[in-house]
Design a protein around this ligand. Sequence first.
Ligand code: DAH
Length: 339
Amino acid sequence: MLEQAKSLLEETKNFSAKSIEEVEAFRIKVLGSKGELKKLFAEFKSIPNEDKKEYGAVLNQLKEAAQDRVNELKAALADAVTSADDKMDLSRPVNAELGSRHPISIVKNQIIEIFNRIGYQISEGPEIEDDWHNFTALNFPPEHPARDMQDTFFVAKNPDMALRTHTSSVQVRVMENNQPPIRTISPGRVYRNEAISARAHCFFHQIEGLYIDKNVSFADLKQTLLYFAKEVFGEETKIRLRPSYFPFTEPSAEMDVSCSICSGKGCNVCKYTGFLEILGCGMVDPNVLENCGIDSKVYSGFAFGMGVERIAQLKYNVNDLRLYSENDKEFLSQFKAEI
Ligand code: DAH
């Protein structure tokens, strides 16, 4: 009996199988309710006392080994079946829908491409920003309302760390780390503590532009923005610069483009003015240059900042900002990317 048990243990250890059915037949033969193991256990009584200990140990080993072998072989064969299935029909046509590019990405890429053509490079900065880069270096006075909790999301109530409220923070980082000539655009997401509605959102996207060199003038700014407006909205587009105020530019302006919907004749989108506001701009304030380690007596420059959603709204006539972040497939599938 002992010999029989030992040889079955040996057989079990060496057992291998090519199919799940073979493993199952083996399991029934050894472990089944009428199987070999059951019979061997039943013989226990007839084993001489001095051999009982060894016999019992061999049976226990046999039981364990058989269970392990069955489990191992079943798992290996199941894996083989799935990977064989995977490999089976690679040529089968896939009925998968192709995604489309998000309208914000389409517009952002288009704007980047337009500025790349005239020598602007891309720069990016962190979305969690410190007070220096988001406000102080940009000449915001300490009591400026934009620093208020009402407008800014602070990180864990730390007054020094906030979600950036604009991509102008990237200007500071670029100027701190590079000497002129600098020509850069900085696309990115920005955050403001606003109630969400059709016209306002707590996050949106901006593109910041910065050009610093010797003798850069307001005329350069105007010509650059005119080129940009014509590229985005068409050759017929006119621009208009209105005096404005930003802490980081002096003088500052807001730029309007002629309404592409009514060609400047007046409609409800442009509120019958014929023009639409699209960005803020100005000559970089000498204080900002100095804050960033650039000699304001040698260099001058201009900056501008625009909202990507605003440009997309005008290009695609989308009048509810919330649509951009709702992931509605019906909405998104209407957009086709050229780049
Ligand atoms: N940072 C401004 C904003 O978020 C936009 C802006 C205005 C950027 C004028 C500029 C600029 O670089 O010169 O509203």
